[in-house]
Design a protein around this ligand. Sequence first.
Ligand SMILES: CSC[C@H]1O[C@H](OP(=O)(O)O)[C@H](O)[C@@H]1O
Ligand SMILES: Nc1ncnc2[nH]cnc12
Length: 289
Amino acid sequence: MSDWTIGIIGGSGLYAMDALQDAQWIEVSSPWGTPSDKILCGTIGHVRVRFLPRHGRGHAIIPSKVDARANIDALKRAGCTDILAISAVGSLSEELPPGRFVCVDQFIDNTKGRPSSFFDNGFVAHVSMGDPVCERLSKHAAKAVDKAGGEVTMGATYLAMEGPQFSTRAESRLYRHWGAEVIGMTGMPEAKLAREAELPYAMLAMVTDWDSWRDGEAAVDVGEIIEQMNANSELAKKAVEAFCKGLPKKRTPSPIDRALDDAVITAPEKHDRDLLVKLDAVAGRLLRS
Ligand SMILES: CSC[C@H]1O[C@H](OP(=O)(O)O)[C@H](O)[C@@H]1O
Ligand SMILES: Nc1ncnc2[nH]cnc12
């Protein structure tokens, strides 16, 4: 076995992974809340895999109530070194038709009121989000889609909306003006929290629909999305398998493994002990050193 432990967050349409060897659903509890489901632990090739369906098996969890803090914390506790998130997205760009896979490289967070940090009074930390995804993982993901026989675009800006309703036509056009190219409801705060937890994160998005910006065309509806999701999910599973098998045997360190090194600003005498206890996984590297 290599030293990669890959957390896969399964999005809409991806609720389990048959490719895992010796797979077992294991309950991992978190002081931050309830993770979306048990975590499916197993291996693919030389890589340990920890798979968590973002909306739970049976898709019972609405985007606004996905507990991203509990999910990221649970994946960290399950030993993950890196995260590959899979997400169904609408297209805001003529260049990205339904069926296309996209390695997202930027995010705009337009969600409302979701808990979006592990840090708080008594342990204030400001991580850098200028480059929110791990380029190394994204490149491996793009290669894997290609290997699995899919079409992939490297680099796109993801607009995270609150939902669960889809956008109005005016909102959809506005997001295009902002420079967004795909839209979903879950990529934020997930990517921020992964960075706070020092977990390199990449998002492989599957385009399921044209969002509602096209004059004279029908607005997006969930039936169309489910049809495209079903058409894409086998390819997504193959891509995840190829991703794991394509990783080098040795994991060299990533700068994201030490994202908290220069981020914490609170003086030690002002630390909140109860918060530090909750941060034992997320910031454990710092707290134990
Ligand atoms: C089923 S359509 C809307 C739903 O799909 C996306 O989910 P995920 O990002 O978990 O793949 C989108 O964000 C919405 O939650
Ligand atoms: N058009 C869309 N808007 C928001 N989230 C989505 N997920 C898939 N398609 C979407």
